[in-house]
Design a protein around this ligand. Sequence first.
Ligand code: TLP
Length: 342
Amino acid sequence: MTRRIDLRSDTVTRPTPAMYKAMAEAELGDDVLGDDPTVHKLEEAAAAKLGKEAGLFVPSGSMANNIAIKTHTKPGDEALFDWEAHSLCMEVGGPAALAGVLTRQFRSPGGVPDVDEIAAAIRPETLHSPGTRLLVLENTHNRLGGAIIPLDVHRHLFSLAKETGMMVHVDGARLFNAAVATGTPASEFAAQADSVSFCLSKGLGCPVGSLLCGTRDFVERARRVRKLFGGGMRQAGILAACGVVALETMIERLADDHSNAKRLAMGIHGLPGTCVDVEAVATNMVYLTTTGSAKPIEDKLAERGVLCIATSPKRIRLVTHKDVSAADIEEAIEVFRLTINI
Ligand code: TLP
């Protein structure tokens, strides 16, 4: 097989040797019956990392978000999302279809939620209006270039939420990227939310799985919703075993992905007919804007072994992860130069 440098997503990684070993040796039970010791170990470790009382192992980030939204709300409640939120744009309408919530949007210039716009949107439940029950934040923000929500903005929004009786869920699919990039423990971000989800199957390198963390009471209610959504897994310890390894060994190395993303952005900056905002690269994503159509560029790069995704007609997303090295990045830059110059 020809070698490929796969920058489509940080979801494409393969398990590490330590993960394969952990899977082979994992002590298993039946997690729907509640006795898989490796799942318990992962859920406890995840909750501890985020400073929350409890954690719930779920198959995907989408399911984690939708379980959280349904657990925090009742049908007809209003939930606030960024215009470009993954849970709003990329989860097949889950908030409406699965939780029956009314969704309302706010802007996040440069990836930072507009606090005034959020404050103005909150409304109490009356005879006429739905109550704004939930605020969903995404840190880091996928469609806004891997941007980080600063901790003080989280603080501000969480206190606003508490004053107005609103719950806060953080889609932290890549929360550890934000933590490593800012040198802030993930628990400090998590302290400003009622629930937080994060993905094992992105930068942390696991094959499957996400965690949803919150209070013990929230997690017990979320467990029922997981069952409702068909997300109960039996010998799930075989997957959870990778998660335990990831939490122990895969967080600090995210810094390499961030420096690779920066290097990539600098290397492809200024190519004809394209634009990259190098300064905006905060974590492991690079977005390239094209003056012409992005799809033919994606196709030509793929012919030369560099995979990426045209996420919209004039935008290409490149994501760094543990299976692309600094040398791969240099090679990818050469391929870009060759492809975009002709
Ligand atoms: N993101 C995927 C695609 O769906 C776009 C990717 O390749 O980046 N929250 C955020 C912020 C995400 O980026 C994703 C996945 C999810 C939730 C959903 O996770 P999964 O794919 O596990 O359902």
